[in-house]
Write a protein that binds this ligand. Structure first.
Ligand SMILES: *[C@@H]1O[C@H](CO)[C@@H](O)[C@H](O)[C@H]1NC(C)=O
Ligand SMILES: *[C@@H]1O[C@H](CO)[C@@H](O)[C@H](O)[C@H]1NC(C)=O
Length: 412
């Protein structure tokens, strides 16, 4: 009898303990902890950046990419099998990665102030508790929906209800195997923390429905994602129109990084000033014809790594459209247009050192050569808010100015 009571008590106690354990595991604090543990891999060295970031130097074989089930037995490719022609010698700037007219030595990324990562490691911006707590949903952290400009169909509701706005140049109607551009770097002002402003290129495959494949890279200011207003290098990928797959930077398993000097999501420095020194970054993304992986290079010297071909459907073959330009979120608070800036916050008419530019824009064609884009078109939803103007000249090749201030007497 006593034994039976004892067993019953024991059972109750065990059940209570189990319940408590489940409750703890399900508590928000435990979820944050688990999420951080998944994102932040053990580092051999950590570097403090003046902007408050911590950069973890993670052994290359322990990076988040290898959480992907398809990458369990993956042999890292330490260099691409193929570089499009002219990769190392067509950039006329004398500087390294950010080229400027200011005469100062380019620094590239702010965290370099604090040191460098050892060889055999990759630098990863540490995700902090606060980063996760700012996100509306932890599961969506790093996946915040952004968009691709669809020049063929502007949804009129999008303009009325507030949404994303673009000012871009684009090409379509061919098979593309990559793209390149030199992008002027600024720090546009963001009105609301849940808005952002970015300047990037898009490598697109599929249709603007549920299955769009996209690889994107450029700079962005995004208070929600990073907790500040700094201009940061970023990438994004998706294989289902931003629904279940993909993320910013390496906040999910996918991109395989090989470079020990450039961290995705880290601040770029210096940035351009109005009528002042101008700085730009060049980015190239191309498909390795042998392995099929999509590679990314930053500046002349940094091959960052690659997106394995299996991540994509359409882009497993080639891209069908390339876009270059800016995007902002217009949250239309109180029914008026946002004053969040695109580019420098000034219209294209103002020109060099006042308006932001993309120059030397090129595509990789079906012979795997870089060439000027044919039949470049431009698109913007509301030219009175953000505009784009393209041109051609000797030094700058195919270029455009883009951007604007957002809200004004002409943009309500
Ligand atoms: C990885 O390799 C091992 C041994 O060769 C094999 O048994 C396993 O199935 C492979 N796993 C995957 C996901 O390919
Ligand atoms: C970002 O800029 C906005 C205004 O431009 C300002 O209100 C906000 O405090 C800034 N955020 C941070 C984290 O510095």
């Amino acid at each position: 009898m006593a034994t039976a009571r004892g067993i019953a008590c024991l059972l109750v106690a065990v059940i209570c303990l189990a319940c408590a354990a489940v409750a703890v595991a399900r508590s928000p604090a435990a979820r944050v902890h688990r999420h951080l543990k998944r994102l932040n891999k053990p580092a051999v060295k950590s570097i403090e950046s003046p902007d408050g970031d911590i950069i973890d130097c993670v052994p290359i074989s322990h990076q988040p990419a290898f959480d992907h089930p398809f990458l369990k037995n993956h042999t890292i490719q330490m260099r691409p099998d193929y570089h499009p022609d002219g990769m190392y010698d067509d950039d006329d700037s004398k500087s390294e990665t950010t080229s400027g007219t200011g005469g100062e030595r380019p620094m590239v990324q702010l965290w370099h102030h604090g040191g460098r990562c050892p060889e055999g490691t990759v630098p990863i911006r540490r995700t902090k508790r606060d980063d996760l707590l700012r996100a509306s949903s932890m599961r969506r952290y790093g996946r915040k929906r952004h968009t691709v400009a669809n020049p063929m169909s502007v949804d009129p509701n999008l303009l009325n209800e507030g949404g994303h706005q673009h000012a871009i140049a684009y090409v379509q109607g061919d098979k593309y195997y990559g793209a390149k551009a030199t992008i002027n770097v600024w720090t546009p002002k963001i009105e609301q923390p849940n808005e952002f402003s970015l300047s990037q290129l898009w490598i697109l495959g599929g249709s603007f429905g549920e299955d769009l494949n996209s690889i994107e890279a450029g700079w962005q200011v995004s208070p929600d994602l990073y907790g500040d207003n700094n201009t940061r290098l970023f990438t994004y990928w998706t294989s289902d129109a931003y629904q279940a797959t993909g993320c910013y930077n390496i906040l999910c398993a996918g991109f395989v990084q090989i470079n020990s000097e450039i961290a995705m999501g880290a601040s770029i420095f210096p940035v351009s000033g109005y009528s002042g020194s101008q700085y730009d970054i060049s980015i190239m993304i191309w498909k390795d014809p042998k392995e099929g992986n999509w590679w990314m290079q930053f500046g002349k010297d940094y091959v960052l790594g690659y997106w394995p071909s299996f991540l994509f459907s359409y882009l497993g073959d080639s891209a069908s459209m390339i876009e270059w330009g800016g995007e902002v979120v217009n949250s239309q608070l109180d029914g008026v247009h946002t004053s969040t800036q695109m580019g420098s916050g000034h219209f294209p008419e103002e020109g060099f050192s006042k308006a932001s530019y993309f120059k030397n824009i090129q595509v990789v064609d079906s012979t795997n050569d870089l060439r000027a884009p044919k039949a470049l078109a431009t698109f913007t939803e509301q030219p009175n808010c953000y505009d784009v103007q393209n041109g051609n000249n000797g030094d700058w090749g195919t270029y455009f100015y883009y951007g604007g201030p957002g809200r004004s007497s002409n943009c309500q």
